[in-house]
Design a protein around this ligand. Structure first.
Ligand code: INI
Length: 167
């Protein structure tokens, strides 16, 4: 017998999303939010199912994401920010703490919290990853949000625990 494969669909209709946007490098972070909204609407989201929350900087993304996830109102929370190495001597702290805080926010709430933060060495690199040239990290994070939210929706407890069946 073939193994049963579970994988998330790319259908966003019926799901609710929060986008948490950092105001640092706002000219670029607004592009990430626009990219995320574009991806969600292409996948079937309605605007009334998307809410945007603004925070001062990327360092503040995890706490806001955690509080938003705890409300239970959203199927996924998408964090967007831009941290540029050349512009900040504490790049490692801001980017590193944002990354580990986002992981903690997801694990502690059981709600997917997506990493849509551009970490770049230069402004030009950052611009390229915010949709100015080609890719948009907000768009990518939103696609992943839909997929993981859909997969988590498929994970239901069937037939007790693995330990129970083994015993
Ligand atoms: N926040 C960013 O999102 N990007 C940056 O490049 C940045 N720099 O350069 O410092 C930045 N700093 C602010 C930080 O996120 C916090 O808002 C601040 O330290 C207050 O906690």
């Amino acid at each position: 017998m073939e193994p049963k494969i579970h994988s998330g669909s790319l259908k966003a209709d019926g799901l609710r999303f929060a986008i948490v946007e950092s105001r640092w490098n706002e000219l670029l972070t607004t592009k990430l939010t626009a990219g995320a909204v574009d991806a969600l609407s292409r996948l079937g989201s309605r605007n009334e199912d998307i809410e945007v929350f603004k925070v001062p900087g990327s360092f503040e993304l995890p706490l806001a994401a955690k509080r938003i996830a705890e409300t239970g109102r959203f199927d996924a929370v998408i964090c967007v920010g831009v941290v540029i190495r050349g512009e900040t001597p504490h790049f490692e702290y801001v980017a590193g703490e944002a990354a580990s805080g986002i992981t903690q926010a997801a694990l502690s709430t059981n709600v997917p919290v997506l990493f849509g933060i551009v970490t770049a060495d230069t402004v030009e690199q950052a611009m390229n990853r915010c949709g100015i040239k080609s890719g948009n990290k907000g768009f990518e994070a939103a696609m992943s949000a839909v997929e993981i939210a859909s997969l988590l929706g498929q994970i239901v407890e069937e037939g007790g625990t693995a330990a129970g069946r083994a015993g």
